[in-house]
Design a binder for this molecule. Structure first.
Ligand code: ZN
Length: 352
């Protein structure tokens, strides 16, 4: 679709979510906030199958329709899954199948969602599809009418979460472009907001997409998380470089447990820290995960007889070792520079 620069600028003014590298020092002990952990459903998602496939779309048995007209390929996924836990074992597994989902927002300008704005809403959504496609920014984009666009093929890595960390009960993942699918909503989030601010059509579409992806790849519910939960900045060892979906992701409406209440792996496993900006953005829900991670770290320090700073230093070295191993796993021509969001931001990448 041909769009003039003027049209693009008129309907799509993206904002930076990432904050500058030089930020305030880590905050002191935060107030204790507890959010009850919801038990994960015993059963996984139902079996979802493809019903039909045409030149420009796919239909799935749960009602999901995917527009494939704009889909592009990049390179096959290639990553290392590291054993979770305290043991310093580097016996990782090389893999190529998606292990989780990271939810994003585009952080683009939002016109009022009403009939009188149809022209602007349609133009903004179409511009956005082109924009994220050129940047290989996500695997999926859900526009404000709930239309699901495949951007980068599921089998391929998208540039959605370069410097990032997540863990399930068994495995730890770094730089999730290769290991996690990126699903983005045409939406904008504000620090600490409590309402999700996406349309009911987006909620329904995202729930069906999540169900289909979990069914196809056997993705555990706890590996469906938001960009704010996984984003890190190795330059200053702080979490929350990107803060899209920091406080208001509708996990329950996606058929997922409240994953904000999980201990943040970047803090607990790799000794990252957080600052007052992150506390503000995260709000009460994700703050619970911060507190749980800090408690785990303090228990580990007591068990080992290390001071907290000494334990953090050890874990930070472990992060750098794991990061180096993950980078070795990605082809050299595409594994550096612009494929990682820290560098992409420096080059003007405005997406969340
Ligand atoms: Zn994001």
């Amino acid at each position: 679709m041909a769009l003039t620069l003027a049209a693009l600028l008129a309907v799509f003014v993206p904002f930076f979510v990432a904050r500058a590298v030089a930020r305030v020092k880590p905050a002191g002990a935060p107030p204790m906030v507890r959010v009850p952990t919801r038990a994960e459903p015993a059963q996984g998602p139902p079996d979802i199958w493809q019903v039909e496939k045409t030149g420009g779309s796919e239909l799935y048995s749960n009602g999901l329709r995917v527009d494939t007209e704009f889909a592009v390929g990049t390179r096959p996924r290639s990553y290392v899954a590291f054993p979770a836990g305290w043991a310093d074992s580097s016996a990782g597994q090389h893999r190529s199948a998606a292990a989780g989902i990271v939810f994003h927002t585009t952080e683009s300008l939002q016109a009022p969602f009403e009939a009188g704005e149809n022209r602007v809403l349609k133009q903004a959504g179409e511009s956005l599809v082109e924009y994220v496609r050129r940047r290989h920014a996500y695997n999926y984009l859900i526009d404000r009418f709930g239309r699901v666009y495949r951007i980068v093929a599921e089998s391929d890595a998208a540039n959605h979460a370069g410097f990032s960390v997540w863990s399930d009960t068994e495995w730890l993942y770094v730089n999730l472009n290769d290991s996690f699918l990126g699903v983005s909503f045409e939406a904008k989030t504000e620090p600490g907001q409590t309402d999700s601010s996406i349309s009911p059509a987006q909620v329904r579409a995202a729930a069906m997409l999540t169900e289909m992806l979990r069914s196809h790849y056997g993705i555990p519910a706890r590996n469906c998380v938001t960009h704010a939960q996984v984003s890190v900045n190795p330059a200053n060892m702080l979490v929350g470089y990107h803060t899209d979906w920091a406080s208001s992701f509708p996990f329950e409406q996606m058929g997922l447990p409240d994953n904000y209440s999980q201990p943040l792996p970047a803090l607990a496993a790799f000794g990252f820290e957080y600052d007052s900006d992150f506390v503000h953005s995260a709000g009460a829900r994700m703050h619970a995960g911060v507190v749980l991670a800090e408690e785990a770290l303090a228990r580990r320090a007591a068990q080992t007889g290390l001071t907290l700073p000494a334990l953090r230093k050890l874990l930070q070295k472990r992060y750098r070792d794991r990061l180096a191993e993950q980078r070795r796993c990605v082809p050299a021509t595409v594994g550096q520079g612009a494929s990682e969001d820290g560098d992409a931001v420096a080059a003007g990448h405005p997406l969340g």
